[in-house]
Write a protein that binds this ligand. Structure first.
Ligand code: GLN
Length: 447
């Protein structure tokens, strides 16, 4: 803990941590020390973990990096975090992110942007940018993020670490401040596949506080990492041939596929005619869900209330206008629009139908193949400000990550070399729902 506290101080300018729980982390470390000497320590004794600012932790502030939650202190702890603590993990602090998880660069935050430790003029990715940089820059052993459409995998790719989004419902969402509830998934950042697998096996499993959490048995993923069979791998033609894909990422992805072939695995190209519909589907459905989820922030129940109100209505209006950032407001408006009576069928209902097509396509493909391989992102980490004023360009960053989110299947990003500027490239591996053991074993083989 002292080692990490020191690193956090030296690298404070990266702005990954919003708050460091110095006292409680040291106290917890003493407790774990004691347990270790008595031979009673849990599976995570010695793991020092940072948590994204959208996860509630009793007695601590949680802001979702938004002014509207300024001063909000949770009365309960996220189930996933509690399970880590029960195995003697040490929670060291709260990590910066895009406001309510909305963004791909960590520029949309009330806490100020997070810097990529490899090149400080570049973004760390988002929305879990702080969580990615915390692991990248050795500010903690591992961190928790959340992934609604790529927010764990994309920053993992941009910072050169491992980022995993498990199957939707594998980890309880209790305690996670909702962005889009039918997509939101807690995910993990680590330097090794083994650490990642260990965290999942502890956090996963049914939780009485989240009725959508799965009752499927949880496997000891960290002990199932051996991979010694021949895999059947698909890659989607349209993802590799997309004009927005950076050449070096394409080359590195193709060379992994070539290597797999030469090692005797079956690798096949498949057509994916739905690629163009993925982003519109994702952004219609998530903004719709967000507009509804974020209606609870009205200046009354949580956090910020405007000092400028003169009656009840202006209190609601001004608290929301002053409390939410620009991107969050854009999404609330988009979501409200697609849910409005005259446009509901044209946008929301249609997007639900397309979601079903994408999910069916993906699951069917994953019945025929063990894995889908594709790049995690179309480009490596870009410069600050590059997409700041162009929300559509920012949304295009999510081209490869949203398929797994729309379909609910697990996906992982592992490092796959660097581009000519020295920025890390991510390789994404996707497999069918609840096949996390297979996903980790294959990732272990690839890394
Ligand atoms: N960049 C995507 C978005 O802004 C993904 C966010 C996420 O996964 N939380 O919606």
């Amino acid at each position: 803990v002292n080692h990490y506290l020191q690193n956090i101080k030296t690298k404070a300018h990266l702005n990954a941590f919003v708050e460091v729980y110095e006292q409680s982390a040291l106290a917890q470390a003493d407790l774990v020390d004691q347990k270790l000497s008595e031979g009673k320590a849990g599976k995570l004794a010695g793991m020092v973990i940072g948590i994204k600012d959208v996860l509630c932790f009793a007695g601590h502030e949680a802001n979702a990096s938004s002014k509207i939650l300024q001063g909000f202190e949770s009365q309960f702890t996220t189930t996933a975090i509690q399970r880590l603590i029960d195995e003697d993990a040490i929670i060291i602090g709260r990590l910066n992110c895009d406001e309510f998880g909305m963004g791909s660069s960590n520029e949309n935050t009330a806490h100020g942007k997070v810097l990529n430790a490899l090149d400080e003029s570049r973004v760390p990715g988002g929305s879990s940018g702080g969580s990615a940089v915390a692991v990248q820059a050795n500010l903690c052993t591992a961190s928790l993020g959340t992934d609604t459409g790529g927010s764990v995998r994309q920053p993992a790719a941009f910072t050169g670490v491992i980022g995993m989004k498990p199957t939707y419902s594998r980890i309880s969402r209790w305690g996670l401040i909702a962005y889009a509830s039918s997509f939101d998934t807690i995910g993990t950042f680590t330097k090794t596949v083994k650490d990642n697998a260990l965290l999942l096996e502890i956090m996963a499993g049914h939780d009485e506080f989240d009725s959508t959490s799965s009752r499927k048995p949880v496997l000891p993923y960290s002990q199932l990492l051996h991979f010694d069979r021949k895999a059947k791998v698909a890659y989607l033609k349209e993802t590799i041939e997309s004009p927005s894909l950076q050449e070096e990422i394409k080359e590195n992805t193709l060379s992994v596929l070539e290597k797999l072939k030469s090692e005797g695995h079956e690798v096949q190209e498949v057509n994916f005619p739905l690629l163009d519909y993925i982003l519109p589907t994702y952004y219609i459905l998530t903004t719709a869900e967000a507009s509804s989820n974020l209606s609870r922030f009205d200046g009354v129940k949580y956090g910020y209330r405007t000092p400028n109100a003169h009656n009840l209505e202006s209190m609601y209006k001004l608290s929301r206008s002053e409390g939410f950032g620009e991107e969050v407001k854009r999404r609330i408006m988009l979501g409200t629009f697609v849910l409005s009576a005259s446009y509901y069928d044209a946008y929301f209902t249609k997007a639900q139908k397309v979601r079903r097509l994408i999910k069916d396509f993906t699951e069917n493909l994953l019945n025929d193949f063990d894995y889908i391989i594709m790049p995690t992102t179309p480009s490596t980490a870009f410069k600050f400000g590059e997409h700041r004023d162009d929300p559509v360009a920012m949304y295009l960053e999510d081209l490869y990550t949203v398929q797994a989110s729309v379909s609910g299947v697990p996906a992982i990003s592992i490092p796959n070399g660097k581009d000519s500027k020295g920025m890390p490239i991510g390789l994404q591996v996707i497999c069918n729902s609840f096949k996390e053991a297979e996903l980790y074993a294959f990732s272990n083989y690839l890394s």
